[in-house]
Design a protein around this ligand. Structure first.
Ligand code: TRP
Length: 331
């Protein structure tokens, strides 16, 4: 089974990214043939600073390695190193409806936030994402809940291509974890923990010092009741239960039971300590790995070479089916 996912090169990954996606990537190494891509070309679709992009790319590479991605057991590479992604993106534009892209909620949300320019790159973002996935004949895409619509679009594009040009592309499915796909902001539990939108005191970053993690979780917003229950009218408590269940690999009901009769304060302390124990080793490895950029480059370029071999075969097949370029010599 082929597993593929892409991750944005934002410098600061938070607990929501970690639980919702990054740890799924690590687990994927044991479940199949896993390929992970840091999507620097997606990052240029909104306002950004070139020097930051390079720095964030290394930050993200080091975080993934620290989390347990092993370049010997998976492929880790930088999107822009494999030009097949952009080529395939254009080819897939031919089977993508303009109206579909117009309906993407992320496009609407992100374009509303742009101050100077809503770029065409932002509009085509989901097609590049589809190219990322389809280039590898991916079966399964581990992602957070916010990527549901993009994966659905990818499936439509693959199906439309296959109908029009003959069976070529694999129609992938998403893998959104049951527990932990939507970690909420600790200070505003009605909104998702996110790099751009959420509050600083409500966002636990993977690289936060243990002291900061403890403080943020212990000051999590809860409701006025006393009962520890995962319920819609208790978003703060539900969020803490969700975090605990994800970290302990338990069902939410089991965690609820473990805290039956406990006070809110007990839950906060327990979650805070669990998160610190969970993230501290990642942070330590990161501090060791991040300074050696030459080594990070080596890992990325070795990954790109392996990725290119797979992607170029798919692109050649796609072009042949579409009648683009010379007829390939039969072997
Ligand atoms: N859009 C994804 C995000 O913001 C990142 C991404 C790009 C991706 N290409 C991908 C995710 C391919 C899964 C598969 O998180």
């Amino acid at each position: 089974m082929r597993i593929f996912s892409g991750i944005q090169p934002t410098g600061r990954k938070h607990l929501g990214n970690y639980i919702g996606a990054i740890r799924q990537y690590v687990a994927g190494q044991d479940r199949g043939d896993a390929i992970y891509c840091i999507v620097d070309l997606h990052a240029v679709s909104v306002a950004y600073e070139p020097a930051d992009l390079r720095r964030y790319l290394y930050d993200t590479t080091a975080i993934l390695l620290s989390a347990g991605l092993d370049p010997n057991r998976s492929i880790l590479f930088r999107q822009s190193d494999v030009q097949e992604h952009t080529e395939l993106c254009w080819l897939l534009c031919a089977v993508t409806a303009h109206g579909e892209l117009n309906r993407m909620t992320q496009f609407k949300d992100k374009s509303a936030k742009q101050k100077d320019l809503v770029s065409a790159a932002l509009f085509f973002y989901p097609v590049l994402q589809a190219a990322d996935i389809l280039a590898y004949k991916t079966n399964e895409v581990p992602v957070g809940d916010d990527q549901r619509q993009h994966i659905e679009l990818t499936r439509n594009i693959a199906e439309r291509f296959n109908e029009r040009f003959g069976d070529t592309l694999v129609v992938p499915r998403h893998n959104i974890p049951e527990v932990g796909a939507r970690i909420m902001d600790l200070a505003a539990p009605d909104q998702k923990m996110s790099t751009s939108a959420s509050t600083d005191q409500g966002t636990v970053y993977v690289l936060d010092e243990p002291k900061a993690v403890l403080k943020k979780i212990k000051s999590a917003v809860t409701d006025s009741g006393t009962e520890i229950r995962h319920a819609p009218d208790k978003p703060g408590i539900a969020n803490l239960l969700e975090i605990m269940a994800a970290i302990q690999n338990k069902k939410i009901a089991e965690v609820e039971q473990a805290f039956a009769g406990a006070r809110y304060g007990d839950l906060k302390v327990a979650v805070a300590e669990a998160v610190v124990a969970y993230l501290a080793p990642v942070r330590e490895r990161y501090l060791e790995l991040r300074p050696d950029e030459a080594r990070l480059e080596e890992i990325l370029s070795a990954g790109a070479e392996r990725a290119r071999r797979i992607a170029s075969a798919t692109v050649a097949e796609v072009k042949d089916r579409m009648g683009v370029g010379p007829k390939p010599a039969r072997s």
